[in-house]
Design a protein around this ligand. Structure first.
Ligand code: ADP
Ligand code: AMP
Length: 210
């Protein structure tokens, strides 16, 4: 079992790129953010414990995240590996991951802080299939209709507001960015300029993975 990590600040485009490359990699996408939001919605013990951190834009404690991942890798579709999006976010999470699967590539999507707020505050997604769009940078082709599944219902995340984004960006710089060196020293860290056209980024990621 070998896995890939998509790394970068909130709003860098990890989810957008994951959806585009999952067919080529053959690895299912695992977003800890999506898993936590599902847990909150379903009112599970994990969801109840995670919600206050998520609402405040803080990282959820490592113990909760590591347990989520340990459960996820037991699923049959994980047998060949997974493509992680938004995980790991701390060195203890990365250490735990290294005992679970071999990480072959860490793809770091780099976007300057000054671009992050506008990226996140314009984000919306399809209620039915989860496809992610942006008010300005990644509009639906027909206004109000999902390009992927034709649904006309969209939602915005409660934590996609300017105040929480700044908190999340702070958590990224303090707790997550030290992982860049940790992975760089292992020779598996690939930096991709994420402040460009979505298609060009996909091409570079696929090249880094090949
Ligand atoms: P992440 O998963 O890293 O939090 P998303 O993939 O959800 O980020 O992207 C955040 C927002 O930015 C979304 O609204 C998305 O449509 C938009 N976006 C993604 N990639 C780009 C890009 N290269 N240029 C401009 N906007 C982008
Ligand atoms: P995301 O969907 O990746 O933007 O994550 C949304 C929120 O979920 C974050 O602000 C954190 O509160 C929490 N979260 C997601 N993944 C992790 C993780 N790997 N470690 C800690 N907290 C996480």
């Amino acid at each position: 079992m070998t896995s890939i990590v998509l790394f970068g600040p909130p709003g860098a485009g990890k989810g957008t790129q994951a959806a585009r490359i999952t067919e080529s990699t053959g690895l299912p996408q695992v977003s800890t953010g999506d898993m936590l939001r599902a847990a909150v919605k379903n009112g599970t013990e994990t969801g109840i414990a995670a919600k206050e951190y998520m609402d405040a834009g803080k990282l959820v404690p490592d113990s909760i995240i590591i347990e989520l991942i340990r459960d996820r890798v037991q699923q049959p579709d994980a047998k060949n590996g997974l493509m992680f999006d938004g995980f790991p976010r701390t060195i203890p999470q990365a250490e735990a991951l290294s005992t679970i699967t071999e990480v072959t590539h860490v793809i770091a999507i780099e976007v300057p802080d000054g671009k992050i707020v506008e990226r996140i505050c314009g984000r919306f997604s399809c209620v039915s299939c989860g496809a992610v769009f942006h008010d300005i940078f990644n509009k639906t082709t027909v206004e109000g209709v999902c390009d992927q599944c034709g649904s006309t219902e969209f939602k915005r995340r409660a934590d996609d507001n300017e105040t929480t984004v700044l908190q999340r960006l702070g958590a990224y710089h303090e707790q997550t960015s030290p992982l860049a060196n940790w992975y760089d020293e292992q020779g598996i860290f690939h930096r991709i300029d994420g402040d460009r056209d979505i298609d060009k980024i996909t091409i570079d990621i696929l090249q880094a993975l090949s």
